[in-house]
Design a protein around this ligand. Sequence first.
Ligand code: MYA
Length: 511
Amino acid sequence: MSKKEDEHSDDVDVDGDDEADKQDALEMLTSILPNQGALQDQSQSQQPRQVSASPDAAAKIGQMIQQLKMAEPAAAGGGDRERKQHAFWDTQPMLNSDGNGEKSKKNKSKNHGDGGNNNGDGAIPDDTSRHGPIIPDKDSSELRQEPYNMPKGFEWSEVDIADPSQLAEVYDLLYQNYVEDDECMFRFDYSPEFLTWALTPPGYVKGFHLGVRSSKSSRLMAFITAVPATVRVHDDTKEMVEVNYLCVHKRLRSKRLAPVLIKEITRRVNHTGVFQAVYTAGVVLPGHVASCRYHHRTLDARKLVEIGFTRLHPRMTMARMQKLYKLPGTTSLATLRPMTTEDVPAAHALVVKYLERFKLSVVFNEEEFAHWLLPRKGVVSSFVNVTRKSRTGAAAGEGGGVEDDGEEITDFCSYYHLHSSVLGNPKHATLHAAYSFYNVANTVDLAELMRDCLILAKNEGHDVFNALNLMENEKFLTDLKFGVGDGNLQYYVYNWLCPTMEHGDVGLVLL
Ligand code: MYA
């Protein structure tokens, strides 16, 4: 074996599973030639299935979400089809995607003698009612100390999101290479302001904004991020990271770069004492804990038809379609208003309490809540509904009448703003979409609150309002004329064993 091969086989000793890691490295080293395999990911994507009879059935964003965070052909995903082999994922501490709680042989042997959650025979327990880490936490000294090597011509680069020129580089990489639908009609366009918001929550770590650059040109060619979050899974609350924005430049696709990015971010996160992560993907990879589906509510029918997001059904005219989706100009709740800094303590208490009822949820502290939910123009919109508190009788003091005792925040709704580029359309360049975020309806009907949310989103210039069928969203989707999307969004918890859950048990929205 040449010295070079020796070096690189060392580079991928991520978790003691040498064979699979060597395979990843060798595959990547032998294939990473300029322009080869370019643009392959699009043709590999799954053809989405149309499942909606609604006028929005085309649901292009659903296709993007299906691939969201994708590019590989999906695993078979259980049923009676044979499970797809995953050269990388089968080496990771995840349950198999068939949900039977059985690990690949590689992981069984890897975990032998770990104790902790293992059965003693080294296998991940088949008992899916067990909760806990698949691989126990390690001391920093037991972890790999140096970064995984990049193939010749590429190098790791920590991206400083606070530096406008580096932020622009990330923006450009994603703008040109991030998630597209199957037919390459739309591509997510996360604005720089959105990326700043998404990547700088309290306690964020600069080293978790990880890029790969060409050594020669310094050009940013790949990216992955992690941000800290406290997450509750069933009854366990853990410090985790949320992993997002995994992106490999189109010219470097299918060369096993993604596994190296994932291993390096894992190594970096592990060194901070964190061993679990949450992430979502359209593709079925080993170990999903829940499966959700996007729904789409037309706000601007004409534009959605013109860009091919929605079809005009044979017996539907544009005028009828516009009438079908018409919304009033103003909200029905007169007491609904944008959330302010002063509202944060009460709104935080309301949302955090509400999220306790779900099996997978984020646990915001007040500072995190303020970061994620205080309105930012063109990024996130949040509204509180206030009810006047009144005291009567003796409680109101002398006289015993009714006394105004200020206002109480009783309901909350929010959405984030995520554009998509409309590719090759002569008339429209951008699809403006609002995505349902966190909503709590205590004193009003959830559908009424969300109807106002649609009105607010429409008035902010959005063309479509998207919502997953998580939390209690199913209560309003039909009434408010959402069309069913055609792709599932899988939720994953890295290195965590627990029973799977229903979509309505999920109380976590990732961006
Ligand atoms: S999801 C966003 C994903 N991004 C896109 O879809 C943008 C467009 N596509 C691309 O940029 C590339 O196609 C990507 C793959 C980068 C997706 N999640 O390098 P490859 C596996 C996880 O040859 P490429 C998001 O940001 C695939 O199954 N794995 O492929 C959340 C195969 O492994 P295996 C994925 O197409 C990310 C291997 O990669 C995904 O050139 C969460 C092939 O590698 C995917 N979406 O690049 C990451 N797509 O052979 C996990 C493909 O085993 C975080 N693959 O099937 C885990 C937790 C880490 C932290 C832990 C801390 C404790």
